[in-house]
Design a binder for this molecule. Structure first.
Ligand SMILES: Nc1ncnc2c1ncn2[C@@H]1O[C@H](COP(=O)(O)OP(=O)(O)OP(=O)(O)O)[C@@H](O)[C@H]1O
Length: 793
C-alpha cells in the first residue's frame, strides 16, 4: 500500500471506528434495556425455586403463562447454574445451589399432580412396561455418557427454533452460533462453543439415531409439549429410556403454558410439576356475539377494524393455510381500496417477491388533500396510517418468513397473516392484537386405507390460548376470537396427540433403526392405534426396509432411515441410484415434497389448462412434474424476472418451485455425500429415457402392490390393503390374481386430499376378502411378527 493509499483510507477508517463506537453504545444500551425487561418476567421470580427442584428431581414439568419467560429464560438459568457445562460428569447437578431463596414465584402445583409423592405413583405405573425404551438405551452399545455439556431445547417448528435462539443470543450478548445456536433440518448454526441449542424436535430425534443416549446433552427441554407432535411423543418415550440409563447425569424439563401436567408427572418416574405464576402483560379476550358464517370475511373485517380504530400495534391473524392466506391478502387489498380516503391511504405492501406492487412504499398519501388531514388525525391519536400485509406459513422461504419479525416502518402497521406456525413460542415484535379465526388445518390418518389427510377443524382451547398469548408480550394486548364464548367452552381442551392420527411409517422406521424392534410394545405416552402401527410395518416390509422377521434390512432399511424424506420417497431415491436415474428421481421427489406447484384459478380455467399442455406427460403425473422442474431449471438462476414471468405465464407457483429447487439442492448434497449420514450414492441421469425412472417410482411407491406392465398399465398385486389408487384410476381388467389399473396414486399429498373419494370409489373393489385370499406369505409374516411380539408381553 502506498502512502497515498493510506491517506485515502484514513478518514474511512476513522469514520468506521466512530461508527463502531456508536453501534457498541447502542448495542450496550439495548442490552441494558433487555436485561431490565428480563428481570420483570415471572420466570425470574421463580428462578431459584426451579433450579432447586431440578437439583432434586430428574424431570421437571413446568407450566407458566404465555410470555412468562419459559422458552428464553429457563435455558439461561440452567446454564448459569452450570447445568450446561460438562467434563466432570457431574456439572451443575452436584455443584449448583441446592435451594437458594425461594421468591415464591414457583410452586408445586396442587391439583396438577406434581408432588414427589404422586410421582411415586408414576413410578409404579411405569413399572412393567418400559422394556422397549430400555432397548433404546441398550442399543447405544455401551457408548460413554456423562460428558454431556449442552442444553437442548426442542421446538415443534423451525421458525421458533431460529427466532428464539437469536433472541437468547442477543440477551446473552453473544453471536448466534456461539454460546447459543440452533439446528433445524438442513441448517446447523452451532459450534463447539454452543451450550444452549434450540432445535426442532424432529432433529433431536434424528440425532438420537446416531446417539441413542443423547450423550451430548446434560439437559433436554421439551418446549411446547402440549402440541404433542409425533416427534415429541417419540422423544418422550426415548428419553424415558435415556433417564433410566443415565441416571443422575441427565435432566428433562417439559414446558408449556397449556399443559396437563399430571399426565407427564405420571409418565416420568420421579417427576415433579411446578407452576410459574403470573403473566407479564394482560391480554383482553373478546368474542363475537354471534357465530360467524364465514371466518375469512370476519377476519378481514376484524383486521380492518383494528387498523381503523386501535392505537399502534401490529395485528396477527390466524388462518388455516397458504391458499387462505393468499385469498385474505387479496381481499384485504380490495377492501382497503374501497375504504374512505382516511383509511385507504394505507397501501397494502405485497409479498416480498412482488416489489413495486401497488401500495408498496405507501405512496397512497400523495396528492390527496383530504388524506393529509386524515393522516394528521390518525397520527394525533397514535394510529398508524398504512397497513403492510405480510404472510407467514411453513412453505414460505425462510428469508420471507423472517420479514414478519422486522419492525414496521414508521407510521405503518403490520398485518401478519399466519398459519399455526406462529401459534406457539414465538414473539413477533410489535404485535398487540391477535385475530383468531378458531380454525386450523389438522392431520388425520385412515389406518384402514393407509391414507393421510388434512382437514380444517376447530382449534382446541389450548390452541386458542396459545394464539391469544402472542399478544401481550411487549405491552397489554387484545385477542379477537371470531367465535362466541359459548363455542369456546365447547372446544376440546387440548389437541389429540398427533401420533394417534398420522402415518407412522417414518416413526416406525426410526425406532427400528435405533434397535427398538418391538415397536408395538414401545412405551408411548399415548399409544397410537395398533392398526396404524401394523399398516406401517406392512408398508416398510413392502418397501424392503424390513425383512420377514420384522428386522431392519441393511441394504434398504438402514439407508432409508438416514434419508430425511418420507420412506416411500426415500425408496424411490435408492432404487433410482441403482437404475441410473438419480437426478430425475431427486427432481420428482423434490417436486412432490414441495407444495402444489400448479396454480389453477377458477376464472382462468381455459388459460391454465392450455398452459399445462406443454408439460403433460402421457406417462403420468410424476413425469409431468419432472417436465415442469426441468423447464424451471433451464431459466437463468440469477434472473428473478425471467423466473417470475415464466411461472406467471405457465400458471405455476413460484414459491413452490423455489421450495422444490431448495429441497432438490439439499437432497443432491445428501445423497452424494460420501460419509454418513450422507449415502455416497452416484447421481446419474437417464436423460429422455423414462423407463428407469418409472421403474424407480414403482419400486418406491408400490413395490409389491403394483407392477408396471409393458403396456404401461399397473398390476395391483394383493398385499393386504396396501394399494394406492388415484381417484381417476380406471380399472382395465379384473384377473383372478390381480386388478389392472391404468394409473395409480402418484404422491402422498394428492391422495391425502382425496382420501374420502378413493375410499368411496375403490373400497368395494379392494374388499378385504379379495386381498385376504391373496395376501403374500411374507406380508403375513410381518403381521405375525408384530402379533407375536404383542403376545409375548
Ligand atoms: N424476539 C423478541 N423480541 C422482543 N421481546 C421478546 C422476544 N422474545 C421474547 N421476548 C420477550 O420475552 C418474553 C418471554 O418470552 P418467552 O418466549 O420466554 O416466553 P414463554 O413463557 O416461553 O412464552 P410461550 O409460552 O408463549 O412460548 C416475551 O413475553 C417478550 O416480552
Amino acid at each position: 500500500m502506498t502512502d497515498n493509499d493510506y491517506e485515502n483510507q484514513r478518514p474511512k477508517k476513522q469514520r468506521r471506528s466512530g461508527d463502531l463506537r456508536e453501534n457498541d453504545a447502542a448495542a450496550a444500551e439495548r442490552r441494558r434495556r433487555i436485561d431490565a425487561e428480563r428481570r420483570q418476567l415471572p420466570a425470574w421470580a421463580a428462578r431459584d425455586k426451579l433450579l432447586a427442584l431440578l437439583q432434586q428431581h430428574r424431570t421437571l414439568v413446568l407450566v407458566g403463562e404465555t410470555g412468562s419467560g419459559k422458552t428464553t429464560q429457563i435455558p439461561q438459568f440452567l446454564l448459569s447454574a452450570k447445568f450446561g457445562r460438562g467434563g466432570s460428569g457431574k456439572g451443575g447437578l452436584a455443584n449448583g445451589s441446592a435451594g437458594g431463596t425461594s421468591h415464591g414465584g414457583a410452586s408445586n402445583s396442587p391439583g396438577q399432580g406434581g408432588t414427589p409423592d404422586e410421582a411415586g405413583d408414576g413410578d409404579a405405573a411405569a413399572g412393567p412396561g418400559p422394556g422397549s425404551a430400555r432397548t433404546a438405551a441398550t442399543a447405544a452399545g455401551g457408548r460413554g455418557h456423562g460428558g454431556g455439556h449442552c442444553i437442548a431445547v426442542t421446538q415443534p417448528r423451525r421458525v421458533a427454533a431460529m427466532t428464539v435462539a437469536r433472541r437468547v443470543a442477543e440477551e446473552m450478548g453473544t453471536k448466534i452460533g456461539q454460546q447459543v445456536g440452533y439446528a433445524i433440518r438442513f441448517e446447523d448454526v452451532t459450534s463447539p462453543a454452543t451450550r444452549i441449542k434450540y432445535m426442532t424436535d424432529g432433529l433431536l430425534l434424528r440425532e438420537a439415531l446416531v446417539d441413542p443416549l443423547l450423550s451430548r446433552y446434560r439437559v433436554v427441554i421439551i418446549d411446547e409439549a402440549h402440541e404433542r407432535t409425533v416427534h415429541t411423543d417419540v422423544l418422550l418415550g426415548l428419553i424415558k429410556g435415556v433417564q433410566a440409563r443415565r441416571g443422575d447425569d441427565f435432566r428433562l424439563v417439559v414446558m408449556s403454558a397449556t399443559l396437563d401436567a399430571a399426565r407427564f408427572v405420571d409418565y416420568f418416574p420421579g417427576a415433579v410439576a411446578a407452576l410459574v405464576r403470573g403473566r407479564q402483560f394482560p391480554v383482553q379476550v373478546l368474542y363475537t356475539a354471534r357465530p360467524e358464517d364465514n371466518y375469512l370475511d370476519a377476519a378481514i373485517n376484524a383486521t380492518l377494524q383494528v387498523h381503523q380504530d386501535e392505537p399502534e400495534g401490529d395485528v396477527l391473524v390466524f388462518l388455516t393455510g397458504q391458499d387462505e392466506i393468499d385469498s385474505a391478502e387479496r381481499l384485504l387489498k380490495d377492501r382497503l381500496s374501497s375504504l374512505p380516503a382516511a383509511a385507504r391511504m394505507a397501501g397494502v405492501g405485497g409479498a416480498a417477491e412482488l416489489p413495486g406492487e401497488e401500495g408498496e412504499g405507501g405512496g397512497g398519501a400523495e396528492g390527496e388533500g383530504g388524506a393529509a388531514a386524515a393522516a394528521a388525525a390518525a397520527a394525533a391519536v397514535g394510529r398508524p396510517r398504512e397497513l403492510l400485509v405480510l404472510p407467514i406459513y411453513a412453505a414460505l422461504p425462510p428469508e420471507q418468513q423472517m420479514k414478519v419479525f422486522e419492525p414496521a416502518p414508521p407510521g405503518t402497521r403490520k398485518a401478519i397473516l399466519a398459519t399455526n406456525i406462529a401459534e406457539t413460542s414465538i414473539t413477533i415484535p410489535g404485535v398487540r392484537y391477535v385475530v383468531d379465526t378458531g380454525h386450523v388445518k389438522s392431520r388425520d390418518y385412515n389406518a384402514k386405507l393407509g391414507l393421510e389427510s388434512l382437514a380444517v377443524v376447530p382449534v382446541s382451547q389450548a390452541q386458542a390460548r396459545q394464539r391469544s398469548g402472542r399478544a401481550g408480550r411487549e405491552g397489554p394486548g387484545k385477542a379477537y376470537r371470531l367465535y362466541t364464548e359459548s363455542d369456546f367452552s365447547q372446544l376440546a381442551a387440548t389437541t389429540p396427540p398427533e401420533i394417534t392420527r398420522c402415518n407412522l411409517a417414518s416413526v416406525v422406521l426410526q425406532l427400528k433403526a435405533m434397535g427398538i424392534d418391538d415397536v408395538l410394545g414401545f412405551d408411548f405416552m399415548d399409544p397410537p392405534p395398533r392398526t396404524a402401527i401394523l399398516r406401517s410395518l406392512e408398508l416398510l416390509f413392502a418397501l424392503g426396509a424390513l425383512d420377514t422377521s420384522g428386522k431392519l434390512t441393511e441394504e434398504v432399511g438402514l439407508r432409508l432411515s438416514r434419508l430425511p424424506v418420507d420412506p416411500m420417497f426415500g425408496r424411490v431415491l435408492l432404487a433410482a441410484a441403482g437404475l441410473g436415474c438419480g437426478v430425475e428421481a431427486l427432481a420428482v421427489v423434490a417436486m412432490v415434497s414441495a407444495d402444489n406447484v400448479f396454480h389453477t384459478p377458477r376464472q382462468k380455467e381455459a388459460e391454465w389448462r392450455a398452459a399445462r399442455i406443454k408439460f403433460l406427460s402421457r406417462e403420468g403425473d410424476h413425469l409431468t412434474l419432472l417436465n415442469v422442474f426441468r423447464g424451471f431449471m433451464e431459466l437463468p438462476k440469477e434472473s428473478n424476472k425471467a423466473r417470475t414471468s415464466w411461472c406467471s405465464d405457465n400458471f405455476i407457483n413460484i414459491r413452490a418451485m423455489r421450495k422444490a429447487e431448495d429441497i432438490y439442492t439439499q437432497l443432491v448434497r445428501f445423497m452424494g455425500h460420501p460419509s454418513p449420514p450422507g449415502l455416497g450414492l452416484p447421481l446419474a441421469t437417464c436423460g429422455d429415457e423414462t423407463t428407469p425412472l418409472r421403474r424407480a417410482l414403482t419400486a418406491g411407491l408400490f413395490p409389491h402392490a403394483a407392477r408396471l406392465q409393458p403396456d404401461g398399465s399397473y398390476r395391483v398385486i394383493a398385499t393386504g390393503r396396501q394399494v394406492f389408487l388415484h381417484p381417476t384410476s380406471v380399472l382395465l381388467e379384473r384377473k383372478p390374481d390381480c386388478l389392472v389399473f391404468n394409473e395409480l396414486m402418484h404422491t402422498s399429498r394428492t391422495y391425502a386430499r382425496d382420501a374420502t373419494a378413493i375410499e368411496a370409489r375403490w373400497l368395494p373393489e379392494l374388499a378385504p376378502a379379495f386381498f385376504a385370499a391373496k395376501a403374500s406369505a411374507a406380508t403375513a409374516g410381518v403381521s405375525a411378527v408384530a402379533a407375536g411380539a404383542a403376545a409375548a408381553r
